[in-house]
Design a protein. Structure first.
Length: 448
């Protein structure tokens, strides 16, 4: 074993009677090994001692007392810290790869820039701690806090761990298992949580601003009051998550599985939508027609709402739910509707020119022309067709959709499902139908 180096700052603050020499620490570890092998010995009590810079790969420290110990820059790869008391210990820059901390007390621990790739930390307590430790210089006291800034916990097993209130700024937790973990009030600003398992986790009041949660599993997680400003949630699964008072307006929700209620929108937007609903219901007698152009409504649940005549031009509507919604004569030009749910929606006369509907569900949707009437309600004999010119409908589901008379000039319908769709009288000039499924579809020149 490499002789432990005593940390200067800590040694200055410790009573000489309590400070152990490297040889004494080495002897304590030998006795601890005998204790674990049931050949005599005693469990190691290294409270407030310094093991800074030691190389102790694979060592078994089960049940040892290391509260307030200085383990900075130590190499503990594959070590066993099960049931250890590491309250307020300093593990800054320590190599803890594949180490085990089952049942360990890690309250107030400092893990800044430590490497815990593949470490096992199920059900551990990583809350902020208040163990009194001697301040540098030997005078006064300071309070310890769980500081894990820039720590590498890639692939770590942290299911059920208590990490509430911890500082995890810029930490790497990608592919880690945090199922059911308590991260209430934790700071995860700019943290990497790519593919992290967080189902059932407690993230209430957590700061996830600018964190990368791409493809993270957040099913059933509690995110009440969490900050996700600028966070990347692309491809994440938030099914069943508790998300009251969470503002997703600046987060990237592309491909995320989430349905946000309209209550998550600002009061101003909610007011505009309510006024539009009154306008549509009264045929313009009350309320006001909504101009919502250029705004983000990604993943918002608009199921069944009447948005006839609303202006959504240039909006981000990716993942939004418009199932059975009424969008007659609505303006959706250049809108982002990737993976949007529009099954059985009424889009008669709607303008979707150059809109992106990649992967959208338009099963049974209607794009039929709308009859133009005079102010007195009498017919003019003219009809306004739906406009999908230049729209990107790649891999969109259009089975059973009615596109009679719609303009699909230059539209991209490659790999789209048009099974049983009605395209009679539709304009398909320069449309891309490569790889599209057309079984039973009715085309301008006849059925397929």
């Amino acid at each position: 074993m490499t002789a432990p180096k005593v940390h200067a700052n800590l040694s200055a603050g410790l009573n000489a009677r309590l400070r152990k020499s490297p040889s004494e620490i080495r002897r304590m570890l030998e006795l601890h090994e005998l204790y674990l092998r049931r050949k005599g010995g005693i469990p190691a009590d290294l409270t407030l001692q310094s093991l800074a810079g030691v190389v102790l790969r694979g060592i078994n420290l089960t049940g040892a007392k290391l509260a307030g110990a200085d383990l900075t820059d130590g190499d503990f790869q594959g070590a066993i810290f099960d049931k250890c008391d590491l309250f307020s210990a300093d593990l800054t820059r320590a190599n803890l790869r594949d180490a085990s901390f089952v049942g360990a007390d890690l309250r107030g621990v400092i893990l800044r820039e430590a490497n815990l790739r593949g470490a096992r930390l199920p059900d551990v307590d990583l809350r902020a701690g208040n163990l009194l430790s001697v301040a540098p210089g030997g005078s006064g006291f300071k309070f310890a806090r769980a500081d894990m800034g820039k720590v590498d916990l890639t692939g770590a097993a942290l299911a059920g761990a208590n990490i509430s209130g911890a500082n995890l700024r810029q930490a790497t937790l990608s592919t880690a298992d945090l199922t059911g973990a308590d991260l209430t009030g934790a700071i995860l600003t700019r943290a990497k949580l790519i593919g992290t398992r967080l189902s059932g986790a407690k993230l209430a009041g957590c700061d996830l601003s600018r964190a990368d949660l791409a493809a993270a599993d957040l099913r059933g997680a509690d995110l009440a009051g969490a900050s996700v400003e600028g966070a990347n949630l692309e491809g994440s699964d938030l099914s069943g998550a508790n998300i009251p008072d969470v503002d997703f307006s600046t987060a990237n929700l592309a491909g995320a599985r989430i349905n946000l209620s309209m209550s998550s929108l600002s009061l101003e937007i909610q007011g505009l939508i309510e006024q539009h609903r009154l306008w549509a219901a009264s045929q313009g007698a009350n309320g006001a027609q909504a101009d919502l152009s250029g705004r983000s409504f990604a993943c918002i649940d608009f199921k069944g709402i009447d948005f006839s005549g609303a202006n959504f031009a240039g909006c981000d509507l990716s993942g939004a739910n418009f199932t059975e919604a009424i969008l007659v004569m609505a303006n959706l030009a250049q809108a982002n509707l990737q993976r949007a749910e529009l099954a059985r929606a009424n889009l008669g006369g709607a303008n979707l020119e150059a809109a992106d509907l990649t992967g959208a569900d338009l099963t049974g949707a209607r794009f039929t022309p709308v009859e133009i009437k005079r102010p007195d309600g009498s017919s003019t004999g003219r009809f306004w067709p739906s406009n999908l010119a230049g729209a990107n409908l790649r891999a969109a589901r259009l089975a059973g959709a009615c596109l009679t008379g719609a303009s699909l000039r230059g539209a991209n319908l490659s790999e789209a499902d048009l099974t049983g769709a009605d395209l009679r009288e539709a304009r398909l000039d320069d449309a891309n139908l490569e790889g599209a499924r057309m079984d039973g579809a009715k085309l301008p020149g006849g059925s397929v």
